[in-house]
Ligand binder design. Structure first.
Ligand code: CP
Length: 335
């Protein structure tokens, strides 16, 4: 698993993304980050995904859009939802799909990330889906691949998880239609969350009425207000009258030092229970990117309750990933 990646100093992530993600005609070539994507491109991704939802409802769930194209899934970090929904999306688009098993690949014998990429390029790869523990890994790979190859970030370190944010937008639009009147509360470990960072940029891009972050001060990034959010230090005020509540997992694997007294105490103060959910709007929806830690950030009665759309997020993830893959690889062709 330990494929060491050192981000070169010259890579300035957010500033460079504008250039690296779009081709000369302004079409999506790579998806590294939601930040830097033009809002109309975000809307185009959501609209394209809409057209793929019906494909996933058919008995034969296939379209030939990526026939003859080869997609490699490179997951250097564990995943359930993202890896499998990418693979399903690729297969439903009729791509040839290769999953690199990192644990049994030559990376365990010391092969560098770049050498691995060069070898996969030699196998006529068209697109790499990349998950990596290091922030900036997807950007680095996108900056190194041959001109005809696209890279889609499936989550890198604490930096970005753009397809998660896009499928979250899709889910919110499906249930709530108009973003401009919505109060969206993002609750929990914002500090370590690539999902929260991407969600904040995505929600602001579509002019969401109010984006709130709700967390203890130890789990908030410094100067988070500069990202265009309102900070709420307690759950009760943070979710009051909210239309959408997005719960985040405590990312213990990324925590250094004692940021919390205990999981029990965290649940006492920030766990979403049915009683607390009643403070939100009666038609509020509850979201979670997964994996869910029941009894830590959310009670089972809420995760499995009538306001939860957690499994809808997973289903919509297939259509959203189909949209991203087809837009990256079929530039210039109508969807
Ligand atoms: N939401 C998400 O990234 O889940 P996985 O880690 O299972 O892919």
């Amino acid at each position: 698993m330990a494929v060491k990646f050192v981000r070169p100093k010259r890579v300035r992530l957010a500033r460079d993304n504008w250039n690296i993600q779009l081709d000369e005609q302004g079409r999506l070539r790579h998806l590294v980050d939601v930040q830097g994507l033009p809002p109309q491109l975000i809307t185009q991704i959501l609209d394209t995904a809409e057209s793929f939802v019906s494909v996933t409802d058919r008995s034969i769930k296939k379209v030939p859009l990526l026939r003859g194209r080869t997609v490699f899934n490179l997951f250097f970090e564990p995943s359930t939802r993202t890896r499998t929904t990418f693979e399903l999306a690729e297969k439903r688009l009729s791509a040839d799909v290769m999953n690199l098993n990192v644990a049994t690949s030559a990376t365990t014998k010391g092969e560098s990330l770049l050498d691995t990429l060069r070898n996969l390029e030699a196998m006529q790869a068209d697109l790499f889906v990349v998950r990596h523990a290091d922030s900036g890994a997807a950007h680095f790979i996108a900056s190194q691949v041959a001109p005809h190859i696209s890279v889609v970030n499936a989550g890198d370190g604490r930096y970005a998880h753009p397809t998660q944010a896009l499928l979250d937008l899709f889910t919110i639009r499906h249930f709530k239609q108009d973003f401009t009147r919505l109060r969206v509360a993002i609750v929990g470990d914002v500090l370590h969350s690539r999902v929260a960072r991407s969600q904040i940029h995505a929600l602001n891009s579509v002019n969401t009425g109010e984006v709130r972050v709700v967390a203890p001060p130890t789990l908030l990034p410094a100067a988070v207000e500069r990202m265009g959010v309102h900070v709420y230090p307690d759950l009760e005020s943070g979710i009051r009258d909210a239309d959408v509540i997005i719960m985040l997992r405590l990312q213990k694997e990324r925590m250094r030092g004692a940021l919390l007294p205990s999981e029990g105490e965290y649940f006492q103060r920030f766990g979403l229970t049915p009683e607390r959910l009643a403070l939100a709007r009666p038609d509020a929806i509850v979201m979670h990117p997964g994996p869910v830690n029941r009894g830590v950030e959310i009670a089972s009665a809420v995760a499995d309750g009538p306001q939860s759309v957690i499994l809808d997020q997973v289903s919509f993830g297939i259509a959203v990933r189909m949209a991203v893959l087809s837009m990256c690889l079929n530039r210039g062709e109508s969807q």
